[in-house]
Design a protein around this ligand. Structure first.
Ligand code: PLP
Length: 372
């Protein structure tokens, strides 16, 4: 059985007619950039996340940059981020000329460890970026307390966590601001690049909007420095259609994750993802840990099963950050995870048969391992 890591084609086919109608309307009205489809999507996306403002932008990476830029982060400032995340979390700080300061993750949640955040604060620290990694919210309450105590900003990188919840509330409006990605493989994916910024702060929202569009709110009058971070009309149309299904698709991801957990629970050698008591996990990724990761991945690949590694090399050990002086052993939890993590296929359209097949391959692998 061939099982892709993610099946974007199956997803497209399930909504094809609606998508084509909406895209046609963009073409007919020539609203190629921003426009009513994007505005409509912004309104609905904000509503879905129980937050006041949503500003649609050109990518999640751009959202990470734009938020810190609008908050005045600059050269000489430090921004605390997890070592265990996708590289784009760090670009927010570096594009502002600031220094990313890495912090290890927690053993169970895989998200940034608040106790270690407190220790990483210096007089130069201006912001903390919490990442809701793999779809599970970071523990925001202690982070909020630290941010308040030191009078610094707290942001969410919610690129992997659309519709996730922290203590019963949707993420995206629980800190100063949040950034989202609509990269095609994300839980809510565009048909190209896309991202968004959300906030409950009206002044900030105004700044975000200006920076997105050349620092202006009136064409050819530029109040602040900015950039072109606008969303395309076609992406707004696609996202508007897909957002209507996101709740259902999220439920399907959660059901798939529970099935995996049930089928794999008795295999002692592997560690399954844990949903924390404060979190509603949206399973952007289903990440297990195995001490025989590379062997297991090879067997899965041979059986036609797509897998991924999130992430094989932590940020503090990346070549691009060599000048920051981190070394192996600095962040044990993150480094262990990099060595043992394996992401199994998960997407809304995955079938029971596919989940059973993947689980059986994992089981057979460990049965054979015990015998030899
Ligand atoms: C995908 C992702 C981003 C970047 O989003 P793009 O839209 O691809 O630029 C940022 N942060 C995290 C945690 C991500 O997973």
């Amino acid at each position: 059985m061939k099982i892709p890591f993610i099946d974007l084609k199956a997803n497209y086919l399930s909504i094809k007619d609606e998508i084509l109608t909406e895209i046609n309307q963009v073409l007919d009205t020539t609203a190629y950039i921003l426009g009513s489809k994007v505005q409509n999507f912004e309104r609905e996306f904000a509503k879905a996340h129980q937050v006041e403002h949503c500003i649609a932008v050109s990518s999640g990476t751009d959202a990470n940059h734009l938020t810190l830029w609008a908050l005045g982060i600059k050269e000489g400032d430090e921004v605390i981020i997890p070592a265990n995340t996708f590289i784009a979390t760090a670009w927010g700080a570096t594009l502002c000329g600031a220094t990313p300061v890495f912090v290890d993750c927690e053993k169970e949640s895989y998200n940034i460890n608040p106790e270690l955040v407190e220790k990483a604060i210096t007089p130069k620290t201006k912001a903390i970026v919490a990442v809701h990694l793999y779809g599970q919210p970071a523990n925001l309450d202690p982070l909020r307390e630290i941010a308040k105590k030191h009078n610094i900003f707290l942001l969410e990188d919610a690129a992997q966590a659309h519709l996730a919840e922290y203590k019963g509330k949707k993420i995206g409006g629980l800190t100063d601001c949040a950034s989202f990605s609509f990269y095609p493989g994300k839980n809510l994916g565009a048909y190209g690049e896309g991202g968004a910024v959300t906030t409950n702060n009206s002044d900030l929202a105004k700044k975000f909007k200006m920076i997105r569009d050349h620092g202006s709110s009136q064409k050819y009058f530029h109040e602040v420095c900015g950039h072109n971070y606008r969303m395309e009309g076609i992406q707004g149309a696609v996202l508007g259609v897909k957002l209507k299904y996101l709740d259902l698709w999220t439920q399907k991801r959660r059901i798939a994750a529970e099935k995996y957990k049930k089928l794999l629970s008795d295999i002692e050698e592997i560690t399954l993802p844990k949903e924390m008591s404060y979190a509603k996990h949206v399973y952007h990724l289903f990440v297990i840990q195995s001490p025989h990761r590379d062997e297991l991945q090879k067997i899965l690949t041979e059986q036609g099963i797509g897998t991924g590694l999130h992430y094989p090399l932590p940020l503090h050990l990346q070549q691009c950050f060599k000048h920051l002086g981190y070394k192996k052993g600095d962040f044990i939890q993150t480094e262990n995870l990099a060595q043992n993590c394996l992401s199994l296929p998960i997407f809304p359209e995955i079938t029971d048969d596919q989940i059973v097949f993947v689980s059986n391959v994992v089981r057979e692998f460990y049965k054979a391992k015990v015998l030899c």
